[in-house]
Design a protein around this ligand. Sequence first.
Ligand code: MRU
Length: 316
Amino acid sequence: MLEPTDIVRYEEGGPKVVLLDQRRLPDEEVELECGTVAELVTAIRELAIRGAPAIGIAAAYGLALAAERGEDLDAAAAALAEARPTAVNLAWALGEMRDDPTPAHARRLHEEEVERCRAMAAHAAELFGPGTRALTHCNAGGLATGGYGSAVGALRAAWERGLLAHVWVDETRPLLQGSRLTAWELEAAGIPHAVIADSAAAALMAGGEVDCVVTGADRIAANGDTANKIGTYSLSVLAAYHRLPLYVIAPTSSVDLATATGAEIPIEERAGAELTSRFPARNPAFDVTPAGLIAAIVTEHGVHRAPYADSLAMLV
Ligand code: MRU
């Protein structure tokens, strides 16, 4: 398993933020060094590092970098916060760092985020019955959280307890986080898995080959509506039709009680060139799954059930 510092770390004496370039996985394991906040903002925008908790951690290291280089902290925080709009973890991490923008503080946030993942995984494992065949979307593994993983962390914990039989990995169009990153992490963990086209999920569910859907989150609104990678909403509708539970596994750094419902979550629109170089395209990177289609939300505090307005309010 990747160490948290393999995924993203801060190095003094440059100083710089060093990250495993996720654009080049799984074919090449290459590090990218960001010596300025501007370089880190570009790395986040271009998905060299991605996944809600991981970009929050990178932003925390970025603010420490700005402080050490004597850069304007407000300008640095604004640039990092705007790098990607949907994941609330960016704003959360920058808020946490404001009063103490040091590398030591950023490292502590990183360690705590990985600890939250381990705690969530232990809670989430209680949701799995023996022989579970789970379907996951995008990558909510260690790469996406700075270590261990949220949805993939839950799968790891279920596997270790002998409860998981197989994972269906949505390839996750258009940037293939599932077939490039999640499959790579599951292979390293020795967890049986198979990549499927996103459009194959319905047929597998209809054929009785899926027991549950497990995903991460980029932002969970106060009422439980959850933004995650585009295609998660379709899976939630399919899961409801086939009477399968969809579980969202995410740390409290992804919970945004200041946003009342999913309708207020900003959805990132990415370049159409990620879909086609020839025709006009529309490329929303995330969608919102209504709370009513989520069987449970698991944070480091435990398994939260509907009504989420009540169960999530207790997190503050
Ligand atoms: O565009 P990405 O790759 O950053 O999207 C990531 C996701 O949608 C993940 O599922 C989400 O951030 C949760 S990661 C623990």
